[in-house]
Write a new protein. Structure first.
Ligand SMILES: NC(=O)c1ccc[n+]([C@@H]2O[C@H](COP(=O)([O-])OP(=O)(O)OC[C@H]3O[C@@H](n4cnc5c(N)ncnc54)[C@H](OP(=O)(O)O)[C@@H]3O)[C@@H](O)[C@H]2O)c1
Length: 175
């Protein structure tokens, strides 16, 4: 039977301020894991950490605030298709995992659409132009480094997507 090794590394635990999460954090700390708690606000991070007073302000217990936000990334379908085939074709991609995508914010997408397709300018909401909502970031750069893919910009993908949708509506006669 394999002997149990002393835990090493850091566990990221979401919902660590809750009933179940708090118990997982407690057990992980007692076994010697380092724990990084995520919470949705500073105050809930502090409350969550305070459940484990002997570890507060020690390197074994750290907190990170992840703002409430829905999915902050996107992938252009053409880039997904290219990556899929390149992962088969590029020898050094063997056995590796790839995240294909870049950061996304609805406001930046609608800004780009209003800017690049004048016909849509008065049909799309204005929102708060230029506002970048705080959120986590997506790092899909490994696809560029290993697979040699060059990402388009969000503005290019938005323009292509809206142009196709707009063309489809014109063809249907519903534009
Ligand atoms: N308690 C039980 O006996 C039991 C048994 C079986 C299954 N479960 C299931 O296990 C899960 C946790 O239960 P619990 O009793 O531990 O609940 P809880 O005490 O209410 O804790 C929920 C945790 O999830 C976090 N959270 C809620 N919505 C979130 C969101 N949208 N994004 C990020 N974090 C979010 C909360 O963070 P904030 O502190 O920021 O609000 C809180 O830390 C639930 O799905 C429950 O149905 C519970």
């Amino acid at each position: 039977m394999a002997s149990q090794q002393k835990p090493t590394g850091t566990l990221v635990i979401t919902g660590g301020g809750g009933y179940v999460g708090g118990n997982i954090v407690r057990l992980a700390l007692s076994k010697g894991y380092a724990v990084r708690l995520t919470a949705r606000s500073d105050s809930s991070a502090q409350k969550a950490a305070a459940l484990h007073p002997q570890y507060v302000n020690t390197p074994q217990l750290t907190t990170t605030v992840v703002p409430p936000f829905d999915f902050g990334g996107y992938a252009d379908s053409g880039e997904v298709a290219q990556s899929y085939l390149r992962a088969l074709e590029v020898p050094k991609a063997a056995g590796q995992r790839f995240l294909v995508g870049q950061g996304f914010r609805y406001q930046l997408a609608v800004d780009s659409a209003r800017e690049s397709i004048p016909e849509l300018k008065y049909r799309l909401p204005v929102g708060r132009p230029g506002f970048v909502e705080p959120a986590y970031e997506i790092d899909g750069s490994k696809v560029e480094k290993v697979l040699g893919l060059e990402y388009k910009t969000l503005a290019e993908t938005v323009r292509d997507t809206y142009s196709q949708l707009w063309q489809a509506k014109k063809t249907e006669g519903t534009a």
